[in-house]
Write a protein that binds this ligand. Structure first.
Ligand code: PBG
Length: 326
């Protein structure tokens, strides 16, 4: 009985209705987090060349966009900032009137229920483009912590719902927790980019955010792609320091990492379907080589099947539309 010809796995694949009944993984719009890039200036809505379908917005142009996002049922956005000027210590990152801080206030006025997550990092604000302070030509861990903690606090003060450190300095989650608690933000969760790799797939983002390092690379702080046990140590450390949610990034070339983290930890797990993953798919679709909708939904489903609860993706708006008509 347990063998062919009595046993036929194709029986349950015969119709769409049957396939839907036995489907093991389904993405929902509530799983999605949409990245948004805010820039200085006024009346700016400019398409990002390396991320077709995504835009740079000035704060005054955000109300329309966030209203649309909320209407689609997407629960959360993650904000990245493009400041007007940069300096050695990235002071724009923690300025109370910085681009992200102003954007948060604007968004909260328009769509108070939309969860505003902020990317906490220095690379978009430093003249050298590194994710922390540079001392003697090296990215200095311990002096970076203060800048990062200050940045997270300024986001919370502006009204951010969740802060998400992406710098990969050792000890940043504890430093942020301390600064949030001291500032009266005991209820602000930390979503830690816990296992973030030094990946070639961030290329389009760095173009979009103007955050490419001006010398060297990020290999002394972001993780070495071949390592997975080390990812588990990174996650363990961030959890120990007080991370409420953890993230694996990138997603697609790291599905095994997502799976391993899922099996070991019970924290909500996010995965970042990064810019290069999006851009590759988009480029192939534009050439007519793949079906964009099918491919994007397949990718998002795979990330969830690997174990992610939440997915940060540039496809979020499209996916929300596709999911609502399926
Ligand atoms: C900031 C940051 C980066 C991304 C998210 N936060 C770039 C980097 O580390 O160089 C990449 C996101 C993407 O590629 O979509 N440190």
């Amino acid at each position: 009985m347990a063998f062919f010809p009595q046993l036929r796995l194709r029986r349950l694949r015969r119709t769409d209705a049957l396939r839907r009944m036995v489907r093991e993984t389904e993405i929902r719009v509530t799983d999605l987090i949409y990245p948004l890039f805010v820039t200085h200036g006024r009346a700016v809505k400019r398409e990002i060349e390396s991320l077709p379908g995504n835009y740079h917005f000035s704060a005054d142009k955000l109300p329309g966009e966030v209203t649309e996002i909320a209407k689609l049922g997407i629960p959360a956005i993650i904000l990245f900032g493009l400041p007007e000027t940069k300096d050695e210590l990235g002071s724009g990152a923690y300025a109370s009137k910085g681009v992200v801080q102003q954007a948060i206030r604007q968004i909260k006025k328009t769509a108070p229920d939309l969860v505003v997550i902020t990317d906490v990092c220095m690379c978009e604000y430093t003249s050298h483009g590194h994710c922390g302070a540079v001392v003697d030509g090296c990215v200095d861990n311990d002096s970076s912590l203060e800048l990062i903690a200050k940045t997270a606090l300024s986001h919370a003060e502006a009204g951010a719902d969740i802060v998400a450190p992406s710098d990969m300095m050792d000890g940043r989650v504890a430093a942020i927790r301390r600064s949030l608690d001291q500032g009266g933000f005991q209820n602000t969760p930390i979503m830690a980019y816990a296992a973030k790799y030094a990946s070639a797939f961030y290329g389009p983002f760095r173009e979009a955010a103007g955050s490419a390092p001006q010398f060297g690379d990020r290999r002394s702080y972001q993780m070495d792609p071949p390592n997975v046990r080390e990812a588990l140590r990174e996650v363990a450390l961030d959890v120990e320091e007080g991370a409420d949610m953890v993230m694996v990034k990138p997603a697609l070339a790291y599905l095994d990492v997502i799976r391993r983290v899922r099996e070991r930890f019970d924290h909500p797990l996010a995965a970042y379907n990064v810019s290069g993953e999006y851009a590759m798919l988009k480029a192939a679709a534009r050439n007519g080589w793949i079906d964009e909708k099918q491919a994007a939904l397949e990718v998002l489903t795979a990330i969830k099947r690997a174990g992610a609860d939440l997915i940060l993706t540039y496809h979020a708006k499209d996916a929300a539309g596709w999911l609502s008509v399926r």
